[in-house]
Design a protein around this ligand. Sequence first.
Ligand code: ADP
Ligand code: MG
Length: 703
Amino acid sequence: MTVAPSPATKPKPLSIPQKAMLKLGLARPIDLALHLPLRYEDETQIQRLSEVREGQSAQVEGVVTSCEVKLGGHRQLLVTLDDGTDTCTLRFFTFYPTTQKALAVGNRVRVRGEIKGGFMGLQMMHPTFKPAGGDLAVALTPIYPTSAGLPQAYLRRAVDGGLSRSELSNTIPLEFLSQISLQPRWGLREALTFLHHPAPDVPLATLEDHSHPAWQRLKAEELLAQQISQLQAKRERAKLRAPVLAVRAAPGDVAPLHEQLLAALPFGLTGAQRRVGEDIAQDLARAVPMHRLLQGDVGSGKTVVAALAAAICIDAGWQCALMAPTEILARQHFTKLLSWLEPLGIKTAWLTGSQKAKERREMLALIASGEAGLVIGTHAIIQDKVVFSKLALAIIDEQHRFGVAQRLALRSKLTIESGEGDATLLEPHLLMMTATPIPRTLAMSYYADLDVSTIDELPPGRTPIITKVVNDARRDEVIERIRFQLQEGRQIYWVCPLIEESEALDLTNATETHAELSAALPGVMVGLLHSRMPVAEKRAVMALFTSGEMGVLVSTTVIEVGVDVPNASLMVIEHSERFGLSQLHQLRGRVGRGAAASACVLLYSTGDAPRLGETARERLRAMAETNDGFEIARRDLEIRGPGEFLGSRQSGAALLRFADLALDADLLEWAKELAPVMLDQHPHLAEKHVQRWLGTKAEYLKA
Ligand code: ADP
Ligand code: MG
């Protein structure tokens, strides 16, 4: 039997503004209450034209003394308003008969808009207008972020409604507020009410720079929500089970594999490498899955640390997977780890998208049977067809290049039930590596659910890289320098930028430079590498450069990650003004890996402008001033915000809206300390707090 829905229960279709609001994420009353103004307009007073300043937004009242349509050029309506102290021209490019009627000569009107100067005297473009008189506002008028189909007036009413319907009782116990000198009088409701409708006498600067106590309160609340939810995720994870990968006691006189590897290495570990290796070994020996980020500047030697972890895992009788974002990088890892681990009797398998069917079948068999202790590859590793026999450690290199989904896929490759009788599934240990150092505040916020180990020391014998910022007009001198380096037996990288709007342009740039350098350097092998080349060709080019036969490698940013050719001593980056700082730093890290003095030339082009803009110049100068990846990351965070660092990690799900990591480190510290206290002593308040702030988004944080 089917029952037709009664007309009364059929949901009403949403109106256009309602749909627009949902698109902006304004679903619950609290979402509306937290939708804060972009800026404010002052409608609480009438200003005199004789006292207004250019650029200022003003509300004035006066008599219309002329109103005419100007034809020729751009058709427009020009209205002159006189308030007795001065006159102002109102200019409309779109107007209707009603506009002319409302602004007819002799009418007294109240207009509001931004004051512009000019040789015609004061002007306003498209001011709002209404008849003079009427009440003045008692608070500043909020202007909200909005979108098409959602008028300010509608949104204002909706926000006010949301604010009054929201449950805004205090979730932060009073005693914790005083720790950051937050005044209790700025409770959440008071703060929000104020920020939506500030009193006219508030110094606007404190609203704009978010230093007002009401803002502080909101930022503190937001950071606390993020910290609590990350801590919850961490505690959830601690309940999971992982294989215990303890270093076995050596039977007889056979040393554990990782010790054999250490003994065979042509170098000793740095103190930092030993320390992070220790962190990792301890994690592996626990029955809880490791969730650790290993960060270390380019060239700091993360690979060998990963290899040691792999050796511990394999020695314990399990499998290890190492995933890298590009085929070049994966192959390089494969070559290096093979040379280290094969002599120890470890079988290594290799997986990539470009593999021949036969080879791939063989590899899949090695992985499924457990014969391959180590599996290295690109994201080909996480495809469904790849079945591990007993994966216990997953290592992800350049982790910011991968998304949450890919990480989860790798983790799900272990589906053995723990032998403890219950149905607990085992999860592999996860080690993520990155050469983009994450500034401390970022690590404390977005990455708070990770354990972080840092290699803060370069292997000995490296000479610091000298960085020069050079105008593209002096390209010839740079080529001269290349010639000299080649004579010394050195190799050179030349990187061309990725032009996002046009891959074709990107290519032209690299191809032209390749042709130019080939012509300028007769007898020298100059190679070209870009992302759209067939994989086999890329591999061949890379092999020629690695073996030293190729003197100069021109490439787009495909070499950005991880490539290691110690004999390369000069890096030229074309159009360096188009790169992000961290990216430049990564590129620069391709040189300076051997003992030879290395240099990086940042070529910049000013285009049609006579000189480079101030910010661009400052950024390049910063590159020349420091080789410290952390310092560079900090400046990058200041300049570009956290998005660049997070990559696809959180798909924007829980980006901070109010707090600013560069400015609010104190509040962040406070929130970090308070989070465990809230969860342990005030669990109900903690839950309510997180729900209020993150709602359904809290789930994303747990990935
Ligand atoms: P990254 O951290 O950028 O991945 P790599 O692991 O590629 O750096 O290491 C860079 C280079 O330094 C490699 O050639 C590596 O073999 C070498 N290396 C690593 N650790 C040491 C060390 N302790 N002493 C000397 N050389 C080292
Ligand atoms: Mg690396």
